[in-house]
Design a protein around this ligand. Structure first.
Ligand code: FMN
Length: 331
């Protein structure tokens, strides 16, 4: 497979969301080019944390699923990469790539030296990329980053160039500073600046919620593709819609809103351990309820439900009240 196909579509890594049920659901509409797993602690994996098999589960498309690792030190990251490669070799399961998390700004991760705090020191981050390349020969190595701590295009370009020189195969940039929340739109001009300055593919990420924004991510900002997070949860058919519109701008598709939500509940029940059910269903419906005109009431009720059966009952009851929202046309 190429490192990335042209105008690649990638599913973002999202804790409690980028799991196998979401990938299965997206794939049922026609897949995307790369799926990222949610971030997994390299040290935890080396210590054989019991939940990692769910975090790193790469079905239904392991050849295009990238495992995202985080840690505060080079050594555990490199050892985790080597072990992952060995395990995949032993089981015969392909590995779509390994990604280094340079973007997480959650306080407990950043303070311990992981996530975005790698962006404080370009040469240290580059040595991590070089160590991953050496530990996982032949496996695509990427890094997902933010803009860092202060807005400086030259510092960002230097940082990205150091990663490219160390052997990174491509980069994903979520163009927000360390502390910037979702309220403010990302600063996409920086994606363009990096894409123009370095020779490896650069993918933009953040707020791609429509066909127009996807087009501008690729055409206006020169990205090698777009990574999409929350919108792929709100609309698991979103990648299929973008692909359809690429082939024919007049493309439209039927979105089966009730059926898709119920399918997600079945997939969670079938594919995840019971201790994950409540948190994963709540997290999914937090975004999915945006599809519904009166979704805020349902969202609130679901966030207070402890059992999948109750969530299912609430979700079905919504459509008994508002049957017209079961299916809608997407353009
Ligand atoms: C609930 C949630 C969990 C996230 N977890 C991760 C993660 O594990 N690793 C990571 O690099 N980014 C993580 N992110 C950031 C997303 O990958 C992405 O950069 C961000 O949501 C912006 O993209 P979007 O506007 O398409 O959602 C997370 C975001 C959300 C909303």
């Amino acid at each position: 497979m190429p490192i990335l196909p042209p105008k690649a579509l990638l599913l973002a890594p999202m804790v409690e969301l980028s799991h196998r049920p979401l990938r299965e659901l997206i794939a049922s509409f026609g897949s995307c080019d790369r799926y990222y797993t949610e971030m997994t602690s390299a040290s935890g994996y080396l210590a054989r944390s019991p939940f990692d098999r769910w975090f790193m589960d790469s079905e239904p498309a392991p050849e295009r699923t990238v495992v995202q690792l985080y840690d505060s030190e080079v050594d555990p990251m490199a050892k985790a990469a080597a072990r992952l490669v060995q395990e995949r070799r032993d089981s015969g399961m392909p590995l779509g790539g390994i990604d280094a998390n340079f973007g997480c700004s959650a306080p407990h991760i950043e303070k311990s030296g992981g996530g975005v705090s790698w962006m404080k020191d370009a040469s240290r981050a580059a040595s991590l990329i070089a160590a991953l390349k050496a530990a996982a020969p032949g496996v695509p190595i990427s890094a997902k980053l933010r803009l860092g701590y202060e807005e400086s295009e030259s510092a960002l370009v230097d940082f990205c160039r150091a990663l490219a020189d160390a052997g990174a195969d491509y980069l994903v940039i979520h163009p927000r500073l360390k502390n910037e929340k979702f309220r403010r739109l990302g600063r996409w001009s920086h994606v363009r600046a990096v894409a123009e300055a370095i020779s490896i593919p650069v993918v933009g990420n953040g707020d791609v919620r429509s066909w127009e924004r996807y087009r501008s991510a690729v055409d206006e900002y020169g990205g090698a593709g777009a990574m999409i997070g929350r919108e792929a949860v709100r609309r698991p058919w979103f990648f299929a819609l973008l692909r359809g519109k690429e082939a024919d701008p007049g493309f439209e598709m039927e979105a089966r809103v009730e059926e898709t939500g119920l399918r997600m509940l079945s997939l969670i029940r079938e594919l995840l351990p019971e201790s994950f059910h409540k948190s994963r269903a709540r997290r999914f419906f937090f975004y999915y309820c945006d599809n519904l005109s009166f979704g805020h009431h349902l969202r609130y009720a679901i966030q207070n439900s402890d059992r999948l059966d109750d969530i299912e009952r609430l979700f079905k009851a919504y459509f008994d009240e508002v049957p017209a929202e079961r299916v809608r046309m997407e353009r």
